[in-house]
Design a protein around this ligand. Structure first.
Ligand SMILES: [Zn+2]
Ligand SMILES: [Zn+2]
Length: 122
């Protein structure tokens, strides 16, 4: 007896990818899909920090120009610790989330990621 559950979900073409899936691709640096599912690729056009210390990323499709806002969860205590240790060791603190190397930037005492907006040191 064949179990078919979940099979339909794999048909990706022309469908919206879940928000979590979009963020996963964003962090992996592999190109994010159009937010309305036109088949194009979206690029980050605006990045900021939310009052909670998380990130806010606007992705815009390069084909149809539709935009969507994605909220990125704030840094976890473990992620913050890793950044603090790297900064104290005198190394370049990197954003803990991207597959590639993204150096954090300072804003006063704060350290934040210029690509996802997340604050790693308050
Ligand atoms: Zn599109
Ligand atoms: Zn980042």
């Amino acid at each position: 007896m064949a179990i078919r559950t979940g099979q339909n979900r794999k048909a990706r073409r022309g469908r919206r990818v879940s928000r979590a899936g979009v963020l996963e691709r964003f962090y992996a640096g592999v190109g994010t899909p159009c937010p309305v599912g036109c088949g194009g690729t979206a690029q980050a056009v605006r990045v900021s920090t939310t009052p909670r210390g998380g990130g806010e990323v606007w992705l815009e499709c390069t084909s149809c120009a539709q935009r969507a806002r994605y909220e990125v969860p704030p840094a976890t205590p473990a992620e913050k610790r890793k950044v603090t240790i790297a900064a104290k060791a005198g190394g370049e603190p990197l954003c803990a989330r991207h597959a590639g190397r993204v150096t954090l930037r300072a804003r006063g005492r704060q350290l934040f990621c210029p690509e996802c907006g997340v604050v790693f040191r308050e």
